[in-house]
Design a protein around this ligand. Structure first.
Ligand SMILES: *Cc1c(COP(=O)(O)O)cnc(C)c1O
Length: 431
């Protein structure tokens, strides 16, 4: 029922997130509100870091994929935990700059980085650019040359792997907009071209096969294929120091989900990497990984106030809340599943199947289709669980709805990390 270890029930029978009373948070900060358990975020960072240290003898680095959830406070947490940072846009990079993140630990991704974004990255001293294609490679070399700098790069590679996940979040196969393909020789050509470029320094290889993956096997497969490619590059006189295996580890959204234990995953992959290194006679590269969702998703919950309840006899009961696809577009985009609890009485017996609907003008604007809930009435507070990733970061102002605030809970104490947008914010760029 409680899909995340952040959740508990206090002596009054009220839901707590990171030890803080959810009803008090809803009262103090209003609804809808994103609540993040900072202690769990830090714990997840440490689980990854410790597992990498253990299985790669310290020769590894965990990069937090900031597209899952980024704001200055989050970037500061990542910095304090000693992780690196993966950014995919000028905006995410700017957030990192403003949060004083060490730029040498930033990796810049994206399949169509603009000239402005690349310039900002080069000027601000981003550690490594993960180059997507030859067009970008040439553009980057010119920018670096004009600025008199040498830039570290790795290519994003499509290793040709089916990650058994949703089509929209599957990225390792040849028919993908991301990266250069291995099996066609495109990737090898890209490295040979890069080697000739004076202002670029090849440091590694990168792949990311998809997201919300529950099997270990596709990750093992990817690691093996990528190590094979490193051996091929070595034969061509191109030395690779880093192998970045991306993110994509699944999390528990609903009670039936069974995510892999991250330490077990890292151990399994490390065995493959060491085995191939020995077989092919190549040195162990520094291993990088980029978890996003699995660092923050379970640490988050969104609190909504319930409004109208619409019973359509023999059809369905719609329970509407004061948010929806503008703060959580994942149902409308992917048909994603979520679990919810009645925050004012999370232990109440579920008695009726309902559908939780948002307030936007789209009939597809649902948060949860068909969930068995206790009796819900107007004014109740509903907690939709595991919303820490790809919710705030994907939120929009659809219907000119201001984005909710983000409240972070540390040591049981809630505090504001991102303010609620106002109507003035909504019109501030209107001329
Ligand atoms: C999205 C993404 C990640 C993070 O994926 P999660 O599923 O959130 O762990 C990591 N690396 C790259 C390149 C990505 O695009």
């Amino acid at each position: 029922m409680f899909v995340s270890e952040s959740l508990s029930v206090d002596e009054r029978g009220v839901l707590c997130i990171g030890g803080a009373n959810a009803i008090d948070i809803a009262k103090e900060f209003g609804t809808p509100v994103y609540v993040m358990d900072e202690d769990l975020i830090r714990k997840n960072c440490r689980i990854y870091k410790d597992a990498m240290d253990k299985h790669y003898g310290g020769n590894g680095l965990v990069l937090y994929a900031s597209k899952a959830f980024s704001c200055k406070r989050m970037v500061k947490i990542v910095k304090e935990e000693g992780l690196g940072l993966d950014v995919v846009s000028g905006g995410e990079l700017y957030t990192a700059i403003k949060a004083d993140f060490p730029m040498e630990k930033v990796y810049f991704h994206g399949n169509n980085k603009t000239e402005d974004e690349l310039s900002l990255a080069v000027t601000s001293g981003v550690g490594t650019i993960v180059v997507d294609n030859i067009f970008e490679l040439e553009k980057l070399n010119t920018i670096a040359e004009n600025k008199g700098k040498t830039v570290n790069i790795m290519f994003r590679i499509k290793p040709g792997i089916d990650a058994h996940t949703h089509e929209f979040v599957m990225t390792g196969q040849i028919d993908s907009k991301f990266g250069v393909a291995l099996e066609t020789g495109e990737a090898m050509e890209a490295y040979k071209t890069a080697k000739q470029m004076k202002n670029l320094n090849i440091v590694g290889v990168h792949c990311h096969i998809g997201s919300q993956i529950f099997d270990i096997q596709p990750f093992e497969h990817a690691a093996s294929v990528m190590m094979g490619f490193i051996a091929d590059l070595k034969a061509e006189g191109i030395k690779i120091e880093q192998m970045n295996l991306g993110g994509g580890y699944g999390i528990k959204y609903v009670p039936e989900d069974n995510p892999i234990d991250y330490d077990a995953y890292i151990e399994a992959v490390s065995k493959v990497v060491k085995k191939v290194a020995a077989e092919k006679g190549i040195e162990m590269p520094k291993i990088l990984m980029e978890p996003g969702r699995s660092i923050v998703a379970s640490a988050g919950a969104t609190l909504y106030k319930i409004g109208g309840v619409k019973e359509i006899p023999d059809v369905r009961t719609y329970v509407s809340v004061d948010g929806g696809m503008a703060d959580n577009p994942r149902f409308i985009m992917y048909g994603s599943k979520y679990h919810a609890l009645l925050a004012n009485n999370p232990l109440a017996q579920p008695e009726k199947e309902v559908t939780i609907a948002g307030k936007c003008c789209e009939s597809g604007d649902l948060l949860i289709k068909d969930i068995k809930m206790p009796k819900l009435k107007a004014g109740d507070i509903l907690a939709v669980l595991a919303t820490g990733a790809y919710n705030y970061s994907m939120a929009s102002n659809y219907n000119r709805i201001p984005r909710p605030p983000v409240v972070m809970v540390s040591g049981g104490k809630p505090s504001l990390a991102v303010k609620r947008e106002t109507y003035e914010d909504i019109i501030k760029n209107d001329i």
